[in-house]
Design a protein around this ligand. Structure first.
Ligand code: SAM
Length: 280
């Protein structure tokens, strides 16, 4: 199969540079460039955007992003062995790809980019949730990014888009859906990756809303939902009693039955309770 961009096929790139996948870095590579171009298209029109990619590895998704016309890509990769293959891609797309050899958790790559910014990544599973949480909790809203298009293990993707009443509904769903539209846009079996992981994967596309869906203080909402979901099977009057001596009254004033459980409560009521706590 000829490559989308005239660069060598990824299997050849990996063999040439001895990029044997390391488990410790969460390395499960996508080698099908038609698939990586498809993921890049799920991020929307990239031609007027700078893109942050975390963990480019041998560069399959990076090539997809560039072939789909991303204005500029900043690729942050921890593995020094990937620098040589990524430099070849940068040379093929002059002035459009900047590669940084760093831990994505240690730097603020958004400072290097010009808005509008979209973030697209096949994330290392060990740092995926941590990065998502950071991107969803910036110092002010709207955030510097317009959208996030991210590969997760399917179980994490389901937690991001979960609705009240489901087993996967929890803090992550509330954090994501309070200020974003969140959808699963693609599912991938283990065989799509080299080496294949044990789990299925899914791509989630999150678009930042200009305003939160319901007003609330972000820190209060996070503390409240963290406390409530720590003991998700308990009634809220019990799990939240440490937050306020009159928690039953506050629950009632927010329109929540004190005997209900965290997984039954929708966003609107969580935000009402966060406001009641702040006003109490
Ligand atoms: N994007 C490539 C692809 O789709 O084939 C590779 C995806 S692989 C699942 C995750 C990549 O993230 C690996 O290349 C790994 O070295 C890199 N990585 C792991 N931890 C990282 C970190 N903390 N910061 C930056 N990159 C990291």
């Amino acid at each position: 199969m000829s490559a989308i961009d005239g660069l060598p096929p990824l299997r050849e790139v990996i063999a040439t540079h001895g990029l044997v996948a390391k488990k410790s870095l969460g390395q499960n590579f996508l080698l099908d460039l038609n698939l990586t171009a498809k993921i890049a298209r799920k991020a929307g029109d990239l031609t007027k955007c700078d893109v942050l990619e975390v963990g480019p590895g041998p560069g399959g998704l990076t090539r997809g992003l560039l072939a789909e016309g991303a204005r500029r890509v900043l690729a942050v990769e921890k593995d020094a062995r990937a620098m040589a293959p990524l430099a070849e891609i940068a040379a093929h797309y002059p002035g459009r790809l900047e590669v940084v050899n760093a831990d994505a958790l240690e730097i603020d790559p958004l400072e290097h980019l010009t808005p509008p910014i979209r973030i697209v990544a096949n994330l290392p599973y060990n740092v995926g949730t941590e990065l998502l949480t950071r991107w969803l909790t910036p110092p002010s809203w709207p955030p510097v990014w317009e959208s996030l298009t991210l590969m997760f293990q399917k179980e994490v993707a389901q937690r991001i888009v979960a609705q009240p009443g489901s087993k996967t509904y929890g803090r992550l769903a509330i954090l994501a859906q309070w200020r974003c539209d969140a959808r699963i846009v693609m599912e991938l079996p283990p065989e799509a990756f080299t080496p294949p992981p044990k789990i299925h994967s899914a791509v989630v596309h999150l678009t930042a809303l200009p305003e939160p869906r319901f007003p609330a203080n972000a820190a209060t909402l996070q503390k409240l939902t963290a406390t409530a979901f720590q003991q998700r099977r308990k009634m809220l009057r019990a799990s939240l009693k440490g937050l306020h001596p009159r928690i039953e009254d506050l629950l009632e004033s927010a329109g929540i039955k004190p005997t209900s459980r965290a997984e039954e409560i929708g966003l609107e009521h969580w935000c009402a309770l966060a406001r009641a706590l702040d006003a109490a």
